[in-house]
Structures are given as structure tokens and as C-alpha cells.
Design a protein around this ligand. Structure first.
Ligand SMILES: *[C@@H]1O[C@H](CO)[C@@H](O)[C@H](O)[C@H]1NC(C)=O
Ligand SMILES: *[C@@H]1O[C@H](CO)[C@@H](O)[C@H](O)[C@H]1NC(C)=O
Ligand SMILES: *[C@@H]1O[C@H](CO)[C@@H](O)[C@H](O)[C@H]1NC(C)=O
Ligand SMILES: *[C@@H]1O[C@H](CO)[C@@H](O)[C@H](O)[C@H]1NC(C)=O
Ligand SMILES: *[C@@H]1O[C@H](CO)[C@@H](O)[C@H](O)[C@H]1NC(C)=O
Ligand SMILES: *[C@@H]1O[C@H](CO)[C@@H](O)[C@H](O)[C@H]1NC(C)=O
Ligand SMILES: *[C@@H]1O[C@H](CO)[C@@H](O)[C@H](O)[C@H]1NC(C)=O
Ligand SMILES: *[C@@H]1O[C@H](CO)[C@@H](O)[C@H](O)[C@H]1NC(C)=O
Ligand SMILES: *[C@@H]1O[C@H](CO)[C@@H](O)[C@H](O)[C@H]1NC(C)=O
Ligand SMILES: *[C@@H]1O[C@H](CO)[C@@H](O)[C@H](O)[C@H]1NC(C)=O
Ligand SMILES: *[C@@H]1O[C@H](CO)[C@@H](O)[C@H](O)[C@H]1NC(C)=O
Ligand SMILES: *[C@@H]1O[C@H](CO)[C@@H](O)[C@H](O)[C@H]1NC(C)=O
Length: 677
């Protein structure tokens, strides 16, 4: 009995011993991990906090954990070194600090900082020279503040920097000598500032370390260096939106690690060529838009088999699209719009292609079936005339946006249009499509936001139920055809409608007072049709709350308008600051593009095509009808009116006194009436 007891006892002692030893060990080795904050560091951090106006109301953090009675190594955004306990990292991104960085800021006393992010912190003013005191910094991120002035020379002391991001501030001056000290820098982003001068040759000192170089959207102006191949680790270079000039920098493309090149919006000129470039190029994205490049796309483009994005738009490129494009099997986005390319679209099968913009060239021939798989297809302003037979059998249901406007298509609307379910826009305007609008288009336009059939040769009766379920439509333009019948009553379902243009058809109908129930209708153009009868009926709504432009001229409207007729046209009565145009915005996934339709009105006596209609352009054109009686005095409510044309009617009596209220009026035409007084 004793033995086991003693045994147990012994065991307990042994257990206790090891337990105690373990505790000792734990204590000895674990205690430095507790990272007790150094007092001077805590004071510096608190000093820094109090320099700013951080509060919970404008931020999703108020640095509320930064309190004297706690360990500063555990504070939000603060990291200490595990051994020394000194603060080595401060990450305050997105916390609005709303102030200047002071020359003697507490920040500069945290001398061991290696990582500092003040991204999107609403900092103002200049960078104080004492930033150079943080000589251990490896990562400095000041993106998205309101910092101004030159980068101080003392930053040259930050010789350990690997990452420097000054993107989206208001810095000025050139990238000067101190940058030569950043020999460890791999990531440099100074885009979206107002830096000036020549291409910063000081960057050549960093050539062996840099992998990301972004200096886009500044005011740099000079010839672009020809020896960029020295940057032999470069992966990503963005110099877009400056004024660099000179020939295509071929040697740049010999850098084997290169994946992303943006030369967009500069003044590069001459042909592009890819001589001596290895076919194992990793290049994925190439942006050459908005330069003065010319000549053909070289066949050697096919070496870039990893290319996913290729923008060549807005240059002076010529020649045909080389068949070698079809080797770019990874291409997702291809934009060669606004050039002088000729000839047909080559046979190909770029199965990954989602966005294709060939608009504004001199391309011709047929639209091949393989394009049916593309999401956004922009083919306007060319001379395309036919659809390939294979389009009839290809799956076109993925097309979101189709722009075939201003080409030479003719004959009836193709049947494959019926299979489309585009959710963005369908633009077939300025062609010579003829025949009637198929009933099937009813299904096509259900998800659609903009339908443009302007200036074709379409005939037949407009289908009354064409717009049933088309609740997303913002723009409908069927002007410049020969359509007959009544205005489709199903338009009442288009609760998003902003712009309706049926100008120059043969529509024979009464005034569509019922459109007044559409809450967003801004523009209504019924000009040059066969509309007839009075505008006003007792008990029928007279309020078009959002209407800003109405043109019902050249019809057969008659009858009189009661004095209060315009009293509920609030879209023209309210004085508001509006500078945008009536555009129906459609985001392309590739870039922030938009779609717009044009509107024609008689302005200053000239038939003007308003490509963009200013939002403050408010107009009423009732000319060339058969209206009689007095001009309604409520016209004086429409304080924002710029154009009023009532000419060619039979209005009688005095010009109403209230017309004097229209102080924004730029054009007034009351001619050819029977006014007196
Ligand atoms: C804090 O706000 C920024 C910018 O508004 C946002 O990007 C970030 O996700 C927010 N963070 C949290 C934790 O909500
Ligand atoms: C920066 O460092 C210098 C000397 O190294 C020192 O005199 C100065 O006080 C420091 N500035 C700040 C704000 O800590
Ligand atoms: C920091 O840079 C300035 C100017 O470049 C220099 O005069 C100063 O000695 C440097 N300070 C340190 C601590 O290196
Ligand atoms: C470069 O760094 C050294 C310290 O390493 C410093 O003395 C020198 O002033 C710096 N040069 C510039 C131009 O800032
Ligand atoms: C291209 O390679 C050839 C020989 O392969 C060479 O003679 C020529 O200098 C190279 N051109 C460039 C621009 O490197
Ligand atoms: C294209 O070339 C013509 C002359 O051939 C020139 O007038 C025009 O400015 C050039 N356009 C661009 C974008 O370089
Ligand atoms: C459509 O135009 C073609 C010529 O392009 C013509 O042959 C055909 O008869 C026209 N159809 C209709 C319905 O007007
Ligand atoms: C439109 O069709 C008519 C026949 O309906 C034809 O006379 C006219 O030439 C066509 N317009 C165009 C531009 O082809
Ligand atoms: C319109 O919607 C109704 C109800 O969802 C549906 O029954 C009808 O088939 C739709 N019509 C068209 C043309 O999409
Ligand atoms: C308006 O025109 C219609 C024919 O479209 C006619 O029947 C009616 O009498 C006219 N009304 C007035 C007031 O002139
Ligand atoms: C008013 O309309 C008539 C007929 O449409 C037109 O001839 C005239 O030029 C217009 N007046 C102004 C000022 O635009
Ligand atoms: C015209 O303006 C005057 C003074 O601002 C106002 O009293 C009157 O009601 C206005 N008339 C109309 C019809 O808007």
C-alpha cells in the first residue's frame, strides 16, 4: 500500500518539478514575445494621434485603442519588433487624419519604422523634410492624399526603401537626385501627380532593382529613353498620360519579365516593330492608344501569345488586320478603334475574346460568325455590309452590347438579332436596314437599356406590344425611318425611359399624354410625323415632371392650351446646377466608356445635331402645328427655358406678360402666328 503511495508521491514531485521547470522555461523564453511597448514609442504615437482630428463620425476607426493605460504594441495599426519591442510598422490606411504632417511630428520620433502606410488618410500640405529621419523605412505608402510641393531632398536618406507609392497626390517638381539613393527599390508609383521635367534619368540608377515603374498622368515631357532594356527586372511599366515622344521603344519589349506596358496618351510616332523579341514573351497587357503611331500591325505581334489586353485605338495605323492576330489565343480585350485599318475581319477563333472594338476604321465585308461569342462588339463607323451565314447558327446569347451603327448594312433586319439578349445597348442606326421590325425584337429588348434604330429605311406598322416588359430601357430612338401606325402603348412599361425620339416617321396618333407617368422622361421628340388633335383634355394629366426637351413640331396638333398648361412641367421650372449631358451611361467592363445617342433640333435656325445635349439645355418646340388661342401664361414658370419656338401656328391675342420671367431664354420664335397688341 505504501509503495504505490510513495510512488504516487514521487510521481507528484516529479510532475511538479517538470511543471515548475516548464513554467520557468516558458517565462524565460516567452516574456520578450509580450512586446512591452517602450515608453518613448508610446509617447511618440500619442503625440502623433493628437496632431490629428480623428473621430468616429468620419471614419470606420477612431484609433480608440490608442490609450495610455495599454500596451502600444497591441494598438490598432501598430506592430512592434518581437525582440526589441520597438515600433516597426504603422498601418493607418483609410483613417481620415485631416491635417498636415508637422515638421516635428511625433511620427518622426518612431525612428525604427520599417513599414508606414498613410494611404487615403486625407493628409494635406507638403512632406516635411524630417521624413528623412525614418532611415529604416522599407515600405512607404502615401497614395490618395492631398500632398503638394516637391518631394524633399532628405528622402534620399531612405536608402532602405523597397516600396514607394506617392500615387494620386498633387506633388510637383521633377524626380531629382535623392531618388538615386533608392537602390533597393522594386516598386515605384508616382502616377497621378503634377511632376514635370524630362523622363527622370535618375531612375536608371534603380534599373537593376525596379520591377514596377508607374509614372503615368504627370506632366513629363521629353524624348523617351531608348535604352530601357537596362531595367532587366521590369514587370510593369506605366508612362501613360504624359508627353513622351520619339519612336516605338522596341528594346523595352526585350525585357523577359515584362507583363504590362502602358504608353497610352503620349506623342510616340512612327511604326511599331517587335524585331529580336523572344517568342517566350510574358507580355499580357499592351496599351498604345492615343499616340501618333502609324503603319501596319506587324506580323510579329503573334510572338506575344500571352497577350490578354491589346489597345491600339486612336492612332494612325493602316493596312489590314494581320491573320497572325489569330495566334493571340489568350486575347480578351482588343481595341483598334479610330485608326485607318482597311479590308475584312480575318478568319479566326479567339475563343477568349470578350471585348472587341473595331469602330471608326475603313473595314468592310462581312461580320463573321466567330464574333457571336464576344460580349461587347463595337463595329460602328466602318463599311461593313453583310452578315456571315455562320452568324445565323452561332450562339449570340452572350452579346451584351452590339454597335453596328454607321455602316453599309442593307436589307431586312437579320434573323439572328432575334436570338440576342443584350443587357446594355443595341445600336443599328445609320444603315439602310429596310422592311418591318420583327415581332421577335420584343424578346430581344426585354433586358436592354438602349435601343437605337435611327436613320434606316424601316417601314410597316409599329408593333403596339414591342416594349412589353422592357423596364430597363432608358433610350429609344427610331427616328428617321418610315414607320407607321400609333406610338406603341407598351412604352408605358418603360419606367426607366429618359429619351424617346420618333422624329421623321409616319406615325399617326393623338398626343401621348399617358407618357407623363414615366418619372424620368427627359427628352420627347415627336417632330415631323402625323400626330394630330389637341394636347389638352380636361381630366388628363398635364404634368411632365422631368421633361426638359420637347419637340412636337411639324405635326397636326391643334386646339387651344389652357393658361395653366405648363404649370406642372417641373423639369423646366427648377433652377439647378447641371452640367452633364443627356447621356445614357453604359459601363464597358474594359474601361469607363459610355454610349450616347444624338438628338436633332432646330437651334439658331439651323438643323443642328447635338452630339451631347447639355443638361441645362431646356427647350420647347411646338412650331408648324395648328395651335390656336392664347399662349398659356404659365409658360412663365419655365424659368430654365433656353429655346421656345411657337412659330407657324395660329396663336392669337397678346404675348403673355409672364414671358419676361424667362431670363435664360436664348432663342424665341413666335413668328407666323396671329398675335396682336
Ligand atoms: C474603412 O473605410 C475604407 C474606405 O471607406 C474601406 O475601404 C475599408 O474597407 C473600411 N474598413 C473597414 C474595416 O470597414
Ligand atoms: C531628425 O534627426 C535629427 C538628427 O538625426 C534630429 O536632430 C532631429 O531632431 C530629428 N527630427 C525629428 C523630428 O525627430
Ligand atoms: C539627410 O539628408 C540630408 C539632405 O540630403 C542630409 O543633409 C542629412 O545629413 C541626412 N541625414 C541623415 C541622418 O542621414
Ligand atoms: C544618400 O544616402 C546617404 C546616406 O546613406 C546620404 O548621406 C546622402 O546624403 C544621400 N544622398 C542624397 C542625395 O540624399
Ligand atoms: C537584332 O538581332 C540581330 C542579330 O540577331 C542584331 O544584328 C541586331 O543588332 C539586333 N537588333 C537590336 C535592335 O537589338
Ligand atoms: C494622322 O495622319 C494625318 C496625316 O497623315 C495627320 O494629319 C493626323 O494628325 C494624324 N493623326 C494622328 C492621331 O496622329
Ligand atoms: C430592301 O432593300 C433591298 C435592297 O437593299 C430591296 O431589294 C428590297 O426590296 C427592300 N425590301 C423592302 C421591304 O423594301
Ligand atoms: C429606302 O426605301 C425606298 C423604297 O421604299 C427606296 O426608294 C430608297 O432608295 C431607300 N433608301 C435608301 C437610302 O436606300
Ligand atoms: C412579359 O412578362 C410576362 C410576365 O412575366 C410574361 O408572361 C410574358 O411572356 C412576357 N412577354 C415577353 C414578350 O417577354
Ligand atoms: C383638330 O383637328 C381635327 C382633325 O385632325 C379636327 O377634327 C378638329 O376639329 C380640329 N380641332 C380644332 C379645334 O381645330
Ligand atoms: C422655329 O421653327 C421653325 C419651323 O420649324 C424654323 O423654321 C425656325 O428656324 C425656328 N426658329 C428658331 C429660332 O429656331
Ligand atoms: C413671374 O415672376 C413674377 C416675379 O418673380 C412672379 O410674381 C410671377 O408669378 C411669375 N409668373 C409666372 C407665370 O411664373
Amino acid at each position: 500500500m505504501m509503495i504505490p503511495n510513495q510512488f504516487y508521491c514521487l510521481f507528484d514531485i516529479v510532475t511538479l518539478y517538470f511543471f515548475f521547470l516548464g513554467f520557468l522555461l516558458l517565462h524565460t523564453f516567452a516574456s520578450p514575445v509580450l512586446q512591452h511597448c517602450h515608453h518613448d514609442q508610446m509617447d511618440a504615437l500619442l503625440e502623433f494621434k493628437h496632431e490629428f482630428l480623428v473621430n468616429e463620425f468620419n471614419s470606420n476607426s477612431s484609433l480608440s485603442s490608442w490609450k495610455t493605460n495599454s500596451d502600444c504594441c497591441l494598438w490598432e495599426g501598430v506592430t512592434c519588433d518581437t525582440k526589441s519591442g520597438k515600433v516597426i510598422s504603422l498601418d493607418l490606411q483609410y483613417i481620415p487624419l485631416n491635417n498636415f504632417l508637422k515638421l516635428n511630428s511625433g511620427l518622426f520620433k518612431i525612428q525604427h519604422l520599417r513599414y508606414l502606410s498613410l494611404r487615403d488618410c486625407h493628409l494635406h500640405g507638403e512632406i516635411p523634410s524630417s521624413l528623412g529621419n525614418l532611415s529604416h523605412l522599407e515600405h512607404l505608402d502615401l497614395l490618395g492624399n492631398y500632398l503638394v510641393g516637391e518631394v524633399p531632398a532628405s528622402v534620399g536618406n531612405l536608402t532602405q526603401l523597397k516600396y514607394l507609392n506617392l500615387n494620386n497626390n498633387k506633388f510637383t517638381g521633377n524626380i531629382h537626385v535623392p531618388f538615386a539613393n533608392f537602390t533597393k527599390l522594386t516598386h515605384l508609383d508616382i502616377s497621378n501627380n503634377q511632376f514635370t521635367g524630362e523622363f527622370p534619368l535618375v531612375l536608371l540608377n534603380l534599373a537593376t532593382s525596379l520591377s514596377i515603374l508607374a509614372i503615368s498622368n504627370n506632366l513629363f515631357k521629353s524624348i523617351f529613353p531608348s535604352d530601357m532594356s537596362r531595367f532587366h527586372k521590369l514587370e510593369h511599366i506605366d508612362v501613360g498620360g504624359n508627353s513622351f515622344f520619339g519612336p516605338f521603344p522596341t528594346p523595352l519589349f526585350m525585357i523577359p519579365s515584362l507583363t504590362w506596358v502602358n504608353l497610352r496618351e503620349n506623342q510616340f510616332e512612327g511604326p511599331i516593330e517587335f524585331r529580336n523579341i523572344s517568342s517566350s514573351s510574358k507580355l499580357q497587357s499592351l496599351f498604345l492608344s492615343q499616340n501618333k503611331f502609324e503603319g501596319p500591325i506587324p506580323k510579329s505581334i503573334s510572338k506575344f501569345s500571352n497577350l490578354e489586353t491589346l489597345f491600339l485605338s486612336d492612332n494612325n495605323f493602316t493596312g489590314t488586320i494581320p491573320i497572325s492576330i489569330s495566334n493571340l489565343v489568350n486575347l480578351v480585350t482588343f481595341d483598334i478603334s479610330q485608326n485607318k485599318f482597311t479590308g475584312p475581319i480575318p478568319r479566326s477563333n479567339l475563343v477568349k475574346l470578350q471585348y472587341l472594338d473595331l469602330s471608326n476604321n475603313k473595314l468592310e465585308g462581312e461580320i463573321p460568325g466567330w464574333l457571336g461569342g464576344v460580349l461587347e462588339l463595337m463595329l460602328s463607323h466602318n463599311s461593313f455590309s453583310r452578315f456571315g451565314k455562320s452568324l445565323e447558327v452561332s450562339d449570340v446569347t452572350h452579346i451584351q452590347t452590339l454597335d453596328l451603327s454607321s455602316n453599309s448594312f442593307h436589307g431586312p433586319l437579320p434573323h439572328w438579332i432575334c436570338k440576342l439578349r443584350p443587357s446594355m445597348f443595341l445600336d443599328l442606326s445609320n444603315n439602310i436596314f429596310n422592311g418591318s421590325i420583327h415581332q421577335c425584337l420584343r424578346n430581344t429588348i426585354v433586358p436592354l437599356r438602349a435601343l437605337n434604330l435611327q436613320n434606316n429605311n424601316l417601314t410597316g406598322i409599329l408593333l403596339q406590344d414591342l416594349f412589353v416588359n422592357a423596364t430597363n430601357l432608358e433610350l429609344v430612338d427610331v427616328s428617321g425611318n418610315k414607320l407607321e401606325g400609333k406610338l406603341p402603348e407598351s412604352l408605358i412599361n418603360c419606367i426607366s425611359l429618359k429619351f424617346l425620339n420618333v422624329r421623321s416617321n409616319k406615325i399617326k396618333d393623338k398626343f401621348p399624354s399617358w407618357l407623363s407617368s414615366l418619372p424620368s422622361l427627359n427628352v420627347l421628340i415627336l417632330r415631323s410625323n402625323e400626330f394630330y388633335g389637341p394636347l389638352y383634355h380636361p381630366h388628363v394629366s398635364i404634368g411632365f415632371q422631368s421633361l426638359k426637351v420637347v419637340d412636337i413640331s411639324h405635326n397636326h396638333f391643334n386646339g387651344t392650351l389652357p393658361p395653366f398648361y405648363f404649370s406642372k412641367w417641373h423639369g423646366m421650372t427648377t433652377l439647378r446646377e447641371e452640367h452633364q449631358s443627356y447621356t445614357v451611361y453604359m459601363g464597358y467592363p474594359a474601361y469607363g466608356g459610355f454610349y450616347r445617342s444624338s438628338m436633332e433640333m432646330v437651334n439658331k435656325g439651323v438643323d443642328t445635331k447635338f452630339q451631347r445635349i447639355r443638361k441645362d439645355f431646356k427647350a420647347i418646340d411646338f412650331s408648324e402645328n395648328e395651335f390656336g388661342g392664347k399662349i398659356p401664361s404659365s409658360i412663365g414658370f419655365l424659368k430654365e427655358l433656353r429655346l421656345l419656338n411657337l412659330s407657324g401656328n395660329t396663336f392669337t391675342g397678346n404675348i403673355p406678360q409672364s414671358l419676361a420671367n424667362l431670363t435664360n431664354l436664348e432663342e424665341l420664335d413666335l413668328s407666323r402666328n396671329q398675335l396682336s397688341g
